[in-house]
Design a protein around this ligand. Structure first.
Ligand code: DMJ
Length: 976
């Protein structure tokens, strides 16, 4: 029952009657559907005579999930334990400090065998009881918490504290219900309490909001702690503690943990934007000011909402439900644009703050199922499924027209989570097919010999050397439960609630609290709840396995992710002054020679300034717009233009793939590679370039190759350095190579931590280079070199995206594990789809007035766009901030500044994109990069009094918008 809030836990425990349901019940009663929709649904059903999955296939898929879990877990134990995480490409453990830093992501690693702890209750749920017992003993005996490491409070709470508590719940259960684990004596709970105390120093703020990081050994603020100076945290970071902390308090009898978590939630509630009832993404932990005022249900906020609702279920405290319902109504009013969920500004909730969605929001349909709001859950999930089918995985972020915005996918479980909940709620076997797709894609694209590797780029199929602990904690639980029968699970899953990391907490905790806690809980009783929607449907009653219900809702959304790359599907009527739809010129459609577009620009207060050097600058004067609404449209147009150019900048460097296809890799190892500006472009060769690899002699490839007999017909490996990339290519080609790979000589470099770049030509005509060349960073290159040592013959495929592994498997009678890992049906990553993405990316029209004959070859448009971005940004800031406060460039000094700026920009492109010369040492080049970064900073911040800026007036509307521009600026820097 735990996952469907059909009644509060406390009522359930007393077998009380199901509490009142819900104004929204008709939302999911098929009788309430309009007649035409029903007819439509029926006729569609008739057409969709897909055979429903049978029991046997379901059982096989359950077993396949177990096999996959085993592959992931055993490889972690074999190659990584006691390290925190497995690096599945290099088959070793990730130990913080020994690997190049990945920034904030590493804050989850506390040298406490993170993956083992996070996996404990998965072992129990998947009925691996012997393995579970061994794992619990290892945690008790081997794991230390007194580590001098700065960790994220949020991650440590959800993964480690949650993992220990879930492990404790399961250990207690196994002890009670079997002969096993009779020795268990709350050991994990003691560890959880120890960890709880180590997190408490983070709460030493007047607001009660926790610092984002704490040192496990030294706490906070003390010099040895190396943390405690932060001012901001994300809303989810401060608001995702209550389940674990309350469970810890209730299990240990020490109320301090629950009190702190509650205080943080109280503070967030107080700080909600009172008009919209939304919360921002980042908050100042001391002042409570919103640092980022954009609001959605994904990254930065997601589990705050989840915990309000689940706190109600677990703790039986109505106050949490009241808060959740208030927020939920706001989400459905402003953020939900079915099937999309789009971020808005908390102060101007009718204004979208983004044109893309992140993958974390995929948990939301699952939460909607718990709440009982099935229709939007089905709609959004269907959209997510189509995005998944299009890109094989949910890209970390995708645009409103479903193109890739951020291409990585770290094996996140949220989509599987929602799929499971929808299956439970609807009984529709369609969701089993969805689960099957997830399984197939994981095996087909992410499985590697040492585990499962995150996707670095869903478009190319390239991998990243990481397997996050949540993959074991969450993914396999939801997939297993999707295909398992009730009797496959040791206990009744309905007696537990999943935390955000899918750890299992028992629902009986709701009755297990002290008197003091009870008094605190009733402090909410003065809230007026008359308007709250007490919707806690018992899904087992409401949805007696009638698949036609879910299908009728899905059907209108079946083609929402169109194969033809539909135009963006953004809200059009943002004015809020009636139902009228204002036509809004999209930045991507804008053409500077289109008279109608120019008129629209004028209406929006946007003017075009033709600079002396032939470029065009866009400036918005809100007070020159035809109306306040047109001014808003203009602001949005400018924002879109900024996003567009930033996206185009990102897209100009599509990574390439080097796929190792000889045994035992068989295409499972996909390395991210940088392209070359010369030679044959791989996207033009659909089959890629396939061949065995051989090392050139001399290895740097800078003079005539002496071992041509070994190189002929092969892919030549050369080390970076000593001469130009093009020279290496010519030497390899002369020796008869069919392709070449340059491997970075910079020890430890990796595409995980360094930006990819294009290998530049040598400034001369490179038309004579006819082989394809790729660049690999040192770590990826070493994977090939190591394979050569071990297997001698190593065959690779150079391509623009990894190819289906099925085509590399010659022997169908391969070993069992390999057969299991291979797909039942072969499906190429849709090249048509990829083409479609590429086309869409190139479909950005560069205004004809923008100078096309800049001496910057093919990239001219992009360089100009990138200038335009800076110009736009500066101009908007100029308008908004006034010259005295924030003097920036003027159109007059811009032209000279921009020329400078552009040169720098081009250098920067040179640094990332056209690495001009390879003769310099790596150290020098990285110094250069630093210098350029410094220049960039200098350039952006250097004061430069503007005449035109001084002449601008700022009305109140503009000053209001300053907040949004700040938010846009923030979002531009945004990362998950
Ligand atoms: C998990 O660690 C948790 O689910 C968290 O709330 C956000 N998402 C990651 C996995 O994607």
């Amino acid at each position: 029952m735990g996952h469907f809030c059909s009644q509060r836990a406390s009522e359930r425990m007393s077998d009380g009657p199901m509490s009142g349901v819900e104004s929204g019940r008709e939302r999911f009663s098929s009788s309430a559907l309009p007649r035409w929709l029903l007819l439509f649904a029926v006729s569609c059903l008739g057409l969709r005579m897909v055979a429903a999955m049978g029991k046997e296939e379901k059982r096989q898929l359950r077993d396949q999930v177990l096999e996959m879990f085993d592959h992931a877990y055993q490889n972690y134990m074999k190659h990584a334990y006691p390290a925190d995480e497995l690096m599945p490409l290099t088959c070793r453990g990730r130990v913080r400090g020994l690997e190049p830093s990945r920034g904030d992501v590493d804050d989850a690693l506390g040298k406490f065998s993170l993956t083992l702890i996070d996996t404990l209750d998965t072992l129990a749920l998947l009925n691996q009881l012997e393995e579970f017992e061994v794992a619990v003993k290892k945690v008790i005996n081997d794991v230390h918490l007194d580590n001098d490491v700065v960790v994220s409070v949020f991650e440590t709470n959800i993964r480690v504290l949650g993992g220990l508590l879930g492990g404790h719940s399961m250990a207690t259960l196994v002890k009670e219900q079997s002969e096993q684990m009779q020795w268990y004596n709350d050991d994990l709970l003691f560890m959880a309490k120890d960890l709880g105390y180590r997190l408490l120093p983070a709460f030493n703020t007047t607001s009660g909001l926790p610092y984002p990081r704490v040192n496990l050994k030294h706490g906070l603020r003390r010099p040895q702690a190396r943390t405690g100076t932060e001012t901001d945290t994300c809303t989810a970071c401060a608001g995702t503690l209550i389940l674990e902390f309350a469970a810890l308090s209730r299990l240990t009898g020490d109320p301090i943990f629950e009190q702190h978590a509650r205080k943080a939630l109280d503070f967030l509630w107080e700080r909600r934007q009172r008009n919209s009832n939304l919360v921002g993404t980042t908050i100042n932990i001391h002042t409570g000011d919103w640092v980022r005022r954009d609001s959605g249900v994904g990254a930065g906020i997601d589990s705050y909402y989840e915990y309000l609702f689940k706190a109600y279920i677990l703790l039986g405290d109505d106050g949490y439900l009241q808060r959740f319902n208030t927020h939920y109504a706001a989400i459905m009013k402003y953020i939900s644009q079915p099937p999309l969920l789009l971020d808005v500004h908390i102060h101007k909730p009718l204004l979208n703050s983004r044109t893309w969605m992140d993958a974390l929001l995929a948990f939301f349909p699952g939460l909607q199922v718990l709440k009982g709001d099935i229709r939007p859950a089905i709609e959004t999930h269907e959209m997510l499924y189509q995005v998944t089918k299009k890109h094989n995985f949910l890209p970390e972020a995708f645009t409103t027209d479903f193109r890739v915005h951020w291409a990585q996918h770290p094996l996140r479980p949220e989509f599987a989570e929602s799929t499971y909940f929808l299956y439970k709620a609807t009984g529709d076997k369609y969701y089993l097919e969805v689960g099957k797709t997830i399984i197939e894609n994981l095996n087909k694209y992410a499985r590697v010999p040492c585990g499962f590797a995150a996707m670095k780029d869903v478009r190319t199929g390239s991998h990243e050397d990481r397997m996050d602990s949540f993959f074991l904690a969450e993914m396999f639980k939801y997939l297993y439960l999707l295909f398992a029968e009730k009797e496959d699970v040791l206990f009744d899953i309905e007696d537990y609630i999943f935390t955000t990391e899918a750890h299992l907490l028992p629902l009986w905790l709701s009755t297990n609290f002290t008197k003091k806690q009870k008094n605190e809980a009733t402090a909410y009783s003065d809230l007026d709840d008359s308007n709250f929607d007490w919707s806690c449907p018992n899904t087992q009653v409401l949805f007696p396995n009638d698949p036609s219900y879910a299908n009728s809702i899905r059907e209108p959304f079946k083609n929402v992710v169109d194969k033809t790359c539909p135009k963006a599907n953004m809200r059009q009527d943002v004015g809020g002054d009636g139902p009228g739809v204002r036509s809004h010129l999209r930045a991507r459609d804008f053409m500077a020679n289109n008279a109608e577009h120019l008129d629209l620009l004028k209406k929006m207060g946007v003017s075009l300034i033709h600079l002396k050097d032939g470029r065009v600058q866009l400036v918005q004067h809100a007070n020159q717009a035809a109306s306040a609404h047109d001014a808003e449209d203009g602001l949005r147009f400018m924002q879109e233009m900024i996003e567009l150019s930033s996206q185009q900048q990102k897209e100009q460097l599509p990574p390439r793939a080097v796929q190792i296809i000889s045994p035992p890799f068989l295409g499972r190892m996909v390395l991210t590679a940088g392209p070359a500006q010369f030679g044959i472009e791989l996207s033009k060769i659909t089959t890629g370039v396939r061949g065995f690899v051989a090392k050139c002699e001399p290895y740097n490839g800078c003079s005539e190759v002496t071992n041509h007999e070994s190189i002929k017909g092969k892919i030549a490996l050369m080390q970076r350095g000593h001469c130009m990339f093009a020279e290496k290519a010519r030497n390899a080609q002369k020796a008869g190579a069919i392709g070449g790979i340059v491997i970075d000589d910079n020890e430890g470099s990796s595409s995980d931590t360094a930006p990819l770049f294009q290998m530049a030509g040598d400034g001369k005509n490179t038309d004579d280079v006819t082989i394809s060349m790729l660049f690999l960073f040192n770590k990826e290159g070493n994977i090939i070199l190591d394979a050569m040592q071990e297997y001698q013959e190593v065959e690779v495929l150079l391509s623009d995206k990894a190819k289906d592994r099925a085509s590399f498997i010659k022997d169908p009678g391969m070993e069992e594990s390999e057969r299991n890992s291979e797909v039942l049906q072969s499906r190429e990553p849709s090249s048509a789809t990829y083409e479609c993405q590429r086309e869409a990316a190139l479909n950005i029209k560069i205004p004809s007035g923008w100078k096309a004959d800049e001496p910057v070859n093919d990239n001219s448009g992009q360089s100009i766009m990138s200038d335009a971005k800076m110009q736009l940004r500066n101009e908007i800031l100029d308008i908004l901030s006034g010259s005295d406060q924030n003097p920036r460039k003027t159109p007059t000094d811009t032209s000279s500044d921009t020329v400078d700026g552009k040169d720098k920009d081009m250098q920067r492109t040179g640094c990332q994109g056209t690495f001009e010369d390879d003769q310099e040492s790596s150290a020098q080049s990285s110094d250069q990069e630093n210098e350029e970064t410094d220049n960039e900073v200098e350039q952006e911040s250097s004061p430069n009094i503007s005449q035109e800026t001084e002449a601008r007036t700022i009305d109140s509307l503009l000053s209001d918008w300053k907040e949004e521009i700040d938010a846009f600026e923030m979002m531009d820097k945004d990362e998950l």
